[in-house]
Design a protein around this ligand. Sequence first.
Ligand code: ANZ
Length: 803
Amino acid sequence: KRAYPFHEIEPKWQSFWEKNRTFRTPDEIDTSKPKFYVLDMFPYPSYVCSRRFIEVLRAGLMVCCSGAGLHVGHPLGYTATDILARLKRMQGCNVLHPMGWDAFGLPAEQYAIEVFSTGTHPKLTTLRNINRFRTQLKSLGFSYDWDREISTIEPDYYKWTQWIYLQLLKRGLAYQAEVPVNWCPALGTVLANEEVVDGVSERGGHPVIRKPMRQWMLKITAYADRLLEDLDDLDWPESVKEMQRNWIGRSEGAELDFYAVDSNGQKRDIKITVYTTRPDTLFGATYLVVAPEHPLLSSLVSTALSKNVEEYKEIASKKSDLERTELQKEKTGVFSGCYARNPANGEAIPIWVADYVLGSYGTGAIMAVPAHDSRDHEFALKYDIPICWVVTPEEESCVESRKAYSGEGTVMNSSNATSGLDINGLNCKEAASRVIEWAEKTGNGKKKVNYKLRDWLFARQRYWGEPIPVIFLEGTSESVPLHETELPLTLPELDDFTPTGTGEPPLSKAASWVNTTDPSSGKPAKRETSTMPQWAGSCWYYLRFMDPKNSKELVDKTKERYWGPVDVYVGGAEHAVLHLLYSRFWHKVLYDIGVVSTIEPFKCVINQGIILGEVQYMACKDADGNYVSADSSDLSSEHHQESIPEEKVMKSGDSFVLKDDPNIRLIARAHKMSKSRGNVVNPDDVVSEYGADSLRLYEMFMGPFRDSKTWNTTGIEGVHRFLGRTWRLIVGSPLPDGTFKDGSLITDEQPTSEQLRVTEEIEGTRFNTGISAMMEFINAAYKVFPVAIWYHKSGFWLVTNSE
Ligand code: ANZ
């Protein structure tokens, strides 16, 4: 039996494809044919290093630093899109299936700084990583049109990223503002809210603090409603759409005005406006809370309490928004010494300062209704503030349960002759509209829609990014955009690009680049020294693939109209709110200025599942070294765990046991692949041992494409054998003269039902079941054809099957 010679087959075809540019999509195409644009989220060609990995590299413990590379998660998505691209080509579509590099940004720069000495230019490390990624992708046999390869760090490309920025400026969608930003001292830059997770930087896990700074912002909030509404018609995972909805966070309510009062109950000239989604509970507001960063706070606080409040503000400034708003966290606050008048019933209620209210949301102040909001309830109990029930729950009362009732019901205790407001007996919805109506009539407030979405902080104090095409007239903070003809504004060479630590961007060190003149007035000017954030280049790259070499336009209109939007976009679920929201925003702006013809960039988005490392089996052992079953009731902390190799493990029902002693149940668990666990599978190793097709086929066969799956080496051997059998059935059997010839199994017949089934499964992206169908087919074929049928130029050959 002949071994499947993938070592010969794969390089042969890969170089054939390369030489003949087989998968090239020509510039001029027959546009009467249907199109199919299938895209992978282009990779970030930089290793996102763990701290430990960097330490190991630094200590020289790793002999060779191969740097970046693909992990087995990449080929999962790339194989799926490759299958779709090949299928659609066979079905007669014009297919666009390109690949490129998202190569600017913090991780790439951090990689250059941390792994190599500060003298290594990020461009160097980035280009090297790109070369490695490209070689790996080619060795996997993907059918990309390499003629369309783009990289976000090339001036030809970022010229257009800068051009889009100028359009944003022109439309007032880019502006400068002094805002409290997420400052990361370790990375020496500010970060977007989306880049801060649990109070630390998403990349690297460095602490982040809040600090006011003057920054470029993009007005994504101006598109909040459209970003929300247009989600409905997209063929995207429901979970991603829901994450975007929550991120945009639209809520309807009211802004209500409370006036501060002095100790005699006299109205002072300080108006505190609160945002509430429950105006129906106005009579139940027994205190107000202002955020520690509220601008009116200093004028509210009594001298006796100002030291208290200052200390509290200091502590709060060190916490992240997430920490502050976490429901489980104990609420803290300090009394301001000041009172306000509830406009509905005239009562004076205390004003507190508490960090569970955020300065950046709504108005930064709330009316607290402890009876009907759990945070307020907890706070009121802790600080002994009255609780006033104003909504009767439909079911049993919550008064005894000492819990807030936040549901709907009938309003009570809510009538006052002086204010003229009476909402008793109404249901919550009616009551809410009545309160808004009353507030608008009496000048106490108005209806208000709020969004959680914030404007996008669009500047980084880092070197490795697109320069922002703006200058400042010397001595002023007046910004002047570059003229479009001055683009691209290229990034200057710098020897030392490390962050300065002061917030002053590294580019400020490039004196000859920074100092320039304003072309229209001839006056001296300075360039903006912050760069664009990592996400800029990826916001629009899918458009450039349609027309990658155009030097006159971002994309030719006719080409865009033919190829847009992307039909299938495959990538990781981690991009649900960052990249996928930002690019939708830019796309809509480009739509508004007539650059693109569709309102959405990606018709269908699919998230591939995560590939977990091989299942690891652990046995429990007691202090004397005896195995104890994992389901034993007398397991205690004295027991430790021992890793058991797979060959000593046996399946028993739903669980795993020791082969030698089936009474001993084991713990079986799959973990995320990580260097520290030592369970990382390197795709290069798999390719050299089993071939690219085995890797690809295995990853598609592992399970449903969207689910997370565990790696299993036995599984890859299985599909490798299947490939061998298939090959032997079709091309690998000897001819009568003992030689092997290229050829194909020929039939004039209609497609078999298996063939149709495979097409259906691929179109439904159920690759694993499609492969099962092929396996069934090959098994059946071995039974039906005792011989393999060979076609040769000189006629037909009948060949005895070798199996
Ligand atoms: C009174 C009230 C009574 C509230 C009640 C809720 C329940 P959304 O927009 O859905 O997130 N809130 C307003 N601004 C806030 C801020 N800056 N930081 C923290 N909390 C804030 O929820 C809006 C509700 O969250 C508002 O409605 C307000 O509390 C609180 F029974 O006002 B509510």
